[in-house]
Ligand binder design. Structure first.
Ligand code: PMP
Ligand code: GLN
Length: 406
């Protein structure tokens, strides 16, 4: 049979995360590629799931989420941002942030509408925009601090602009958008009457006292903003796929209309467990521990990479470090990551996968530090085999040479 896929999906390859994890298995590499923790999830969360299964919470949840979980999310917003959220109409539970991103695009984007996204971007964004028939409008973030040019952003808006999708803390760069930067973005969205969707899945993984500002909390932004989050990152259970979207009822209605026909509902016992997790984490010190442990992991991996001469760029949030590898004699970041995985036994992700075309990518490799100390120690041992000629990337000198800010 001659099977032809729809035009919409014809250009989708296999995700870089699947590809690099597969290569890591084949070569028994330490997997610092795909972003997932390799340490056990917290006991209090696992116990809650066991209890939920024992209590026979095995049937469909209400489509937009268990009331207890929606209430926990609403209370979280009340506590963190002093924002009163109506748990019934202003929170929807989805099967991870990935589903939420797809739902939002299907709910709001008409064929031919523009969606503005900062580049680099998480790889599901262009796919979800395309499946909705929308046009992807990238706006460049420039290393090393990943600033955007407000004029370039302003030029990206047009009467076709439907929504802007913002990710903070940002994957793959680790940038946390400041209040001032978000104010510029928010003003443009208001001026052009554009929706804004924020992907805040790393909102609890922040370093060095940096503050996370949800766009929805900026003056005048609540009515036009949907905030996506994922308990997978916060509670180190990426495989449970419990995400949620917070925002005004008027925006939830179209989102829920899509969600009910994509998954209908998210796994009941895991929703129940995440409700318990959020209730307990409010008082048991978990969030502080999470930040401290990630900061220690970040510093440990940064030290390992710096010892090879691959000094990573600064990161303020998320669980990724990036290294500028353009000083090294590889054709591109893909060639570097393949070599590193197959020859050295450490897998990383080429950040060109987060760009519209490889030519726009700066030549960086992304390393995930959501790993046990033993994993990072094993990476150190293996990286000791990097030949001398492939060490010593002096990023500062390199940037000076290219006339880039240091
Ligand atoms: N957004 C970003 C920025 C991510 O990094 C990820 C996954 N790492 C997701 C969304 C997907 O989240 P989920 O696993 O909840 O679908
Ligand atoms: N978001 C994870 C990352 O950036 C991967 C998730 C996935 O494999 N879909 O590595």
């Amino acid at each position: 049979m001659d099977v032809r896929s729809s035009l919409r999906v014809r250009e989708f390859g296999t995700s870089v995360f699947t590809e690099m994890s597969r290569l890591a298995v084949v070569h028994q590499a330490v997997n610092l590629g795909q972003g997932f923790p390799d340490f056990p999830g917290p006991d209090f969360v696992k116990e809650a799931a066991v209890q939920a299964i024992d209590a026979d919470l095995n049937q469909y949840a209400p489509s937009h989420g268990l009331p207890r979980l929606r209430l926990a999310v609403a209370e979280d917003w009340g506590q963190r941002y002093a924002r009163a959220i109506d748990a019934d109409s202003e929170v929807t539970v989805t099967s991870g942030a990935t589903e939420a991103i797809f739902d939002v695009m299907a709910a709001f984007v008409e064929p031919g509408d523009d969606v503005i996204v900062f580049e680099p971007f998480y790889d599901s964004y262009p796919a979800s925009v395309r499946m909705a028939g929308g046009m992807f409008r990238p706006v460049t973030l420039r290393p090393p601090d990943w600033r955007f040019d407000p004029e370039e952003l302003a030029r990206a808006f047009s009467p076709r602009t439907k929504l802007l999708l913002l990710n903070t803390p940002h994957n793959p760069t680790g940038k946390v958008f400041s209040r001032d930067e978000q104010t510029i973005i928010a003003e443009l969205c208001r001026e052009h009457d554009t929706l804004i969707v924020t992907d805040e899945v790393y909102d609890r993984i922040l370093f060095d006292g940096v503050e996370h500002v949800p766009t929805a909390t900026l003056p005048g932004m609540w009515d036009r903003t949907l905030t996506i989050n994922s308990t997978g990152k916060t509670f180190s259970m990426t495989g449970w796929k419990v995400g949620y979207v917070v925002g005004p009822a008027a925006l939830q209605t179209p989102l829920r209309a899509v969600h009910q026909f994509v998954t209908f509902a998210t796994a009941t016992p895991f929703q129940e467990a995440m409700a318990s997790a959020m209730e307990l984490a409010r008082t048991n010190g978990y969030y502080q521990e999470l930040r401290d442990s990630y900061q220690a992991r970040r510093d440990a991996l940064a030290e390992v990479l710096t010892a090879v001469g691959w000094e990573p760029l600064p990161v303020a949030g998320s669980y990724f470090l990036t290294v500028d590898i353009t000083m090294l004699p590889f054709a591109d970041d893909v060639a570097f990551c393949r070599w590193l995985t197959t020859e050295i036994g450490v897998a990383a992700i080429p950040t060109s996968a987060f760009y519209t075309t490889a030519e726009r990518a700066p030549g960086h490799a992304r390393f995930c530090f959501a790993k046990r100390p033993e994993t990072i120690a094993e990476a150190r041992l293996r990286l000791a085999n990097v030949p001398a000629a492939l060490r010593r990337v002096n990023v500062a000198a390199h940037r000076r040479e290219r006339g880039q800010p240091i």
